[in-house]
Design a protein. Structure first.
Ligand code: COA
Length: 275
């Protein structure tokens, strides 16, 4: 049986997500549920949730994330059922659907009309050097919204407002860069990170500030960032700061093509695949 997600399901989902080492917490799930309750699905077997998939809606597109089936049930068609149920709902709402695919799942997505846009690397960074305590993000919201629309050709105000309200934002006036970061579970996640005038030096400048500021809010902890490989400025900067690539996904799109300027997108906004 496929039904809608409820808050009581969060614990079960997080248990499965931990098994995949995903960057995810309750706030992340609440954000999906608040935006598109009809797009958050649970598949039950013998009255127990064994599969989940969620969608987050922007103005002209939606993102699929948190797609998971209990390892004991994988390979028996449940994932396909969940994905198809969700796509049926999304296709009447938006012309374009995105996701960041685990390499092993790209075949399934291709079979459902998704095509690759480019690869994305997850980098792990660390900083032991304490930096300046960061400011909360609200004052930079207008600038970030304008740049984000230019990067994605879509309005993603709801996602950015929600993220910024719980994160810190750094702004670099020289390069017109905005970088947000915040604590998620046992680590700090960076995102969104976008640049008006991207360059390795500009990206490094703002990332270096972020590493110090992250230490001031969370101590010496893991810092994760999902960088599109098509953003050479951010790639060079994370590498020069000692970043280690720990995993990779493929960004895929189904439906109407949309121009996306990956050269300015230093990181995705959300590691739970809301874009
Ligand atoms: C991806 C996933 C949700 C698919 O669920 P499922 O119930 O196994 O899917 P199905 O049984 O309908 O199989 C559909 C396709 O999924 C892929 N798949 C099957 N088992 C898989 C596994 N253990 N790991 C990854 N992909 C798998 C295969 O391509 C399969 O197609 P095939 O049988 O024609 O080869 C599930 O395997 C899973 O939870 N994987 C770990 C988390 C993950 O990677 N999520 C996707 C993030 S983008």
């Amino acid at each position: 049986m496929i039904r809608s997600l409820r808050e009581v399901d969060f614990g079960r989902f997080l248990e499965l997500a931990r098994g995949e080492s995903w960057s995810c917490d309750e706030a992340e799930l609440a954000a999906f549920l608040a935006v598109l309750p009809d797009g958050c699905l649970v598949l039950e077997q013998r009255a127990r949730p064994v599969g989940f998939v969620m969608a987050y809606r922007h103005e002209r597109s939606a993102w699929i994330g948190n797609f998971i089936v209990d390892p004991a049930w994988r390979g028996s068609g449940l994932g396909t059922r969940l994905l198809e149920a969700l796509l049926d709902r999304l296709d009447v709402l938006v012309p374009t659907v995105y996701l960041n695919a685990a390499p092993a799942a790209t075949k399934l997505y291709r079979q459902h009309g998704f095509r690759p846009l480019g690869s994305v690397s997850r980098w792990q960074l660390r900083s032991s050097k304490d930096g300046a305590a960061p400011a909360r993000g609200e004052e930079h919201l207008a600038g970030l919204l304008a740049l984000d629309e230019r990067c994605w050709s879509d309005r993603r105000d709801r996602l950015l407002r929600t993220l910024i309200s719980g994160r810190y934002v750094l702004h670099d006036g020289h390069s017109g860069s905005y970088l947000a970061f915040g604590r998620v579970a046992d680590h700090v996640a960076i995102g969104p990170f976008e640049m008006t005038e991207p360059s390795p030096a500009a990206a490094r400048r703002v990332l270096e500030r972020a590493l110090g500021a992250a230490t001031s809010i969370a101590g010496d902890t893991r810092i994760l960032i999902d960088v599109p490989d098509a953003c050479p400025a951010a790639r060079a900067a994370v590498r020069s700061l000692g970043g280690i690539p720990i995993s990779g996904t493929i960004c895929m799109r189904r439906g109407a093509p949309v121009p996306i300027d990956f050269t300015r997108i230093g990181s995705f906004a959300s590691m739970g695949s809301k874009g």
